[in-house]
Ligand binder design. Structure first.
Ligand code: ZN
Length: 266
């Protein structure tokens, strides 16, 4: 009986050590992450006047490029332009192209080999709630349901993930989330990471629904979307809604209906 108690105690201590290690572990790739494409804010209240997306314009130029061994996409410019002409109505795809010199950025199809997402499972930060990692995973799944040929799987080992999601206390600027990503020479997206704040810059805790909304927005960036002026969409620079709009869904479907790279040059 004593032995059973000792074994149980040992197990509990081991679990505690594991949890603390997980909470403290920030993936090393974040330390030298390269591209900031998005730094986002949640509108504290609808009555706050819309502000220009000042964070978006300066960042587009910071997208980092790293060559990869991924195969070049099959590209037929006439076919790309035909699909855009047929599908662009009711989307903000032209707003995205304006921000990246008429280039489409996307992941290769990843239905059979889902992208591995690691969501930081716990945090010692004030106001962290155990439901946040659950909601973060839901945010990824929400985009897959929008009809994107990219599936996600959630891994427990941050070292082997494609996309780490980490919680931060707050940013030193008026934003609530940030996504970094890297693309290759073909405009395939090859890496990404997300940071989500628990507090506004002022220190006020973000509401759980705001944290979910900002995570949804950041996953949109991970998939290759950029900001829209349309406030009813989750990809508005200042997030005002808590779900994808039909416009978000049509836009991401169109992004994934054409190959990566220029939509104006062969
Ligand atoms: Zn954004």
């Amino acid at each position: 009986m004593k032995r059973a108690v000792a074994v149980l105690s040992l197990l509990i201590v081991a679990m505690a050590v594991f949890i603390v290690a997980q909470a403290r572990h920030v993936p090393s790739r974040l330390a030298h992450a390269v591209a900031v494409v998005a730094a986002d804010s949640v509108a504290a209240a609808p009555r706050i006047a819309e502000q220009p997306a000042t964070t978006a314009s300066g960042e587009a130029g910071l997208v980092s490029v790293r060559s990869s061994t991924l195969p070049a996409p099959k590209r037929d410019l006439a076919e790309i332009q035909r699909r855009l002409a047929d599908g662009e109505s009711g989307t903000y795809i032209r707003e995205i192209f304006l921000q990246r010199e008429d280039n489409n950025a996307r992941w290769p199809d990843r239905q059979l080999e889902p992208l591995r997402v690691w969501v930081q499972p716990s945090s010692a930060l004030a106001d962290f709630h155990g439901s946040y990692p659950v909601r973060a995973r839901e945010a990824f799944e929400r985009w897959t349901r929008a009809g994107v040929p990219v599936a996600f799987t959630f891994v427990v080992d941050s070292a082997s993930c494609d996309i780490p999601v980490v919680w931060v206390d707050k940013f030193d600027m008026p934003i609530s989330g940030r996504t970094r990503w890297t693309r290759d020479q073909h405009w395939w997206i090859i890496g990404s990471s997300i940071e989500v704040a628990l507090h506004h810059q002022t220190g006020t805790p973000l509401e759980p629904e705001a944290i979910y909304a900002i995570t949804l927005h950041e996953v949109g960036h991970v998939l290759g979307l950029d900001h829209t002026q349309d406030e009813r969409s989750i990809m508005a620079a200042r997030v005002r809604v808590h779900d994808l709009s039909d416009v978000d869904e049509r836009t991401v479907q169109l992004v994934y209906s054409i190959p990566p790279g220029s939509v104006t040059k062969p």
